[in-house]
Design a protein around this ligand. Structure first.
Ligand code: 3PG
Length: 219
């Protein structure tokens, strides 16, 4: 069986080395892409995930790669190989899936773009583990057991790390980041829909900066 390459693993670690918070962004209007992402970058974000939950996701990835080369742009909610191919072509630098299927995990081994597969249980983790994956998204984190579950996973899988997402808020992010097997956390709390609808980009920069400061990752 083919195994995951070190190159992919190093890319995932480099991604989280750039910062501990990954905003999970669903684009509702194409005009919002650049100001929203610029606001996050102004607040200190260096990596973000654009989901394929709307038709604007794919073109947004392409646009961000062309205009903001200084940040990591990932594709989220990738659930099929066809979508994986599309985000590869759009220039995504990492791919996130909410769960795992064998075809998707297989595709991630041969793609030039590393996959962060989503798992919620030990059995799903073991499927990815058997193919060489050692870094996973833990989703939906708050209902799948929260920090306690990740602490429990560290027993049988001390060489596995996670990016929890789903239900994480400013007051719970620190509990996850305090764990040795957490690389970073993701979520939507940095991009409140009312601030986006109002075009209040300053509020988003401030929220981002405040979150990073309160986590001790920015002074
Ligand atoms: C994800 O896909 O990671 C979730 O949609 C995050 O959303 P939440 O932070 O609003 O729970």
């Amino acid at each position: 069986m083919q195994q995951l390459s070190e190159v992919h693993r190093n890319r995932i670690h480099a991604l989280f080395h750039s910062g501990p918070l990954i905003p999970v962004i669903t684009i509702e209007h194409p005009d919002q892409v650049l100001p929203l992402c610029q606001a996050l970058v102004d607040g200190g974000i260096r990596a973000l995930e654009i989901t394929l939950r709307t038709e604007y996701g794919l073109p947004a990835i392409e646009r961000l790669r062309a205009t903001m080369p200084e940040i990591w742009v990932g594709a989220g909610t990738v659930v099929t190989r066809a979508q994986y191919r599309e985000v590869e072509s759009a220039g995504a630098q990492f791919v996130v899936s909410p769960g795992v299927t064998e075809p998707l995990l297989d595709f991630g081994l041969t793609s030039s773009v590393p996959l962060l597969p989503g798992i919620a249980t030990v059995s799903e983790l073991m499927l990815g583990y058997s193919m060489g994956y050692r870094e996973f998204k833990f989703f939906p984190a708050s209902v799948a057991g929260g920090p306690d579950a990740l602490q429990a996973f560290a027993g049988p899988f001390p060489d596995v790390s996670f990016c929890p997402t789903g239900g994480i808020r400013p007051d719970t992010a620190a509990d996850y980041l305090a764990l040795d097997n957490v690389l970073g956390v993701g979520g939507t709390w940095l991009t409140p829909s009312d601030a986006i609808a109002a075009g209040d980009w300053r509020a988003i920069s401030k929220l981002t900066r405040d979150s990073l400061v309160s986590l001790g990752r920015l002074t």
